[in-house]
Write a protein that binds this ligand. Sequence first.
Ligand SMILES: Cc1cc2nc3c(=O)[nH]c(=O)nc-3n(C[C@H](O)[C@H](O)[C@H](O)COP(=O)(O)OP(=O)(O)OC[C@H]3O[C@@H](n4cnc5c(N)ncnc54)[C@H](O)[C@@H]3O)c2cc1C
Length: 419
Amino acid sequence: MAKRYSALSLLRHALLPSSPWPRAWRSPAPKSSYDVVIIGGGGHGLATAYYLAANHGIKNVAVIERGYIGSGNVGRNTTIVRSNYMIGGNTKFFEFSLQLWEGLSHTLNFNVMLSQRGQIGLAHNPSQMDVLARKGNIMRLHGIDAELLDRGQVMKLLPYLDYSDAARFPVVGGIIQQRAGTVRHDAVAWGYARAASDLGVDIIENCEMTGFTMEQGKVTGIETTKGPIRAGKTAIAVAGHSSHVAAKAGLRLPVESHLLQAFVSEPIKPLIHHVVSFGAELFYISQSDKGGLVFGGHIDGFNNYTQRGQLPKIQTVAECAVSLIPAVSRLRLLRHWAGIMDMTPDGAPFICGTPIPNLYLDGGWCYQGFKAIPASGWTFAHTVAKGEAHELNRCFSLDRFEKGGELDDHGAGNWNYKQ
Ligand SMILES: Cc1cc2nc3c(=O)[nH]c(=O)nc-3n(C[C@H](O)[C@H](O)[C@H](O)COP(=O)(O)OP(=O)(O)OC[C@H]3O[C@@H](n4cnc5c(N)ncnc54)[C@H](O)[C@@H]3O)c2cc1C
């Protein structure tokens, strides 16, 4: 049983530095067999394991991670959480996720540092304002908070934007979701890992899944670098690696893998108090607790598994930053990195069973995969436990492309919602 974190335990450890904190999660050797094996110890795999144990009582579960917890996209993103979507399917799913974020520190007894600082999407012409009004109306009809902002209100909230006559993209107005914000990403991985481990889930790090064992067309387990493991059910949750992991079971996914880069500037005094999205291009920026400006833009233009960004995209993203906030041109870029993301034809994910018995899939996560972690874990656990979709992930099926049920996200996350 992991130690419960509390103000008292903090005080005790502060006063007695000689007594070290215990490990946050166990580090067991793999058993020969589990009820459920989850491939991928990112946010989605760990959340799924936690909700399998917490919501469904399925505790004989292993999470197999080829690196270390937090080494994938869960620790590489720009940490934005929000529920300002407007197409059916996404709207309720992401709002459920935001509601779970709002209680997550308490649920996991781990401070995930949710900062509901508000996310502002900008409009640069009257037709973009019309789209924002429509989006706000749809959100409010679903009980989700949204407020339209005119130019004067945006100027008050974001005084550092370019409002000059020479502005390349004049700001007409915007929309704010006050409950949106950021979450500390590695705390999410550690919090779910600790809580899942505490319920009996085995988290096996530095263990790569190398193949499936199959009998009469059914998946019966996996091969790993630490030996074979039998599994009643096997769940894939490997983010940017879904297509080649699924291919090992003979399953061809409609997924391409692309890089998405993130950038952090040198630290400065508090300047940006919200998460801001640029309506004229795909660009988003916020300020970290340490003062660095954290920003990102589009995926790199071609498929890649290197987990290292390309120079041309750095230039495009920097151009967005400077045209929106001229003062940024004076800052030094401290670091940048990339993560590998699955991109589906419609930009929406898969949380579903597969045509192969006992094999389940959570993948196809691109720009929206971090904010989705709690709802994805919750609904994927439901699907794996019960063998059927939860009402919130019914639309994220593999067969939607055969049946005309695409969630037309244009393969670009929030791109077409923010104008
Ligand atoms: C730069 C960047 C910025 C982003 N910004 C945001 C944002 O602001 N908001 C948002 O909602 N989303 C954002 N995203 C997207 C989001 O981070 C991802 O969609 C999401 O984290 C993916 O799910 P995950 O956390 O489970 O992935 P991961 O953490 O990548 O987990 C998958 C794990 O599977 C493991 N794995 C792969 N193959 C194997 C194998 N064969 N055997 C065992 N393990 C294996 C990997 O090592 C990895 O740890 C961003 C992504 C990037 C790259």
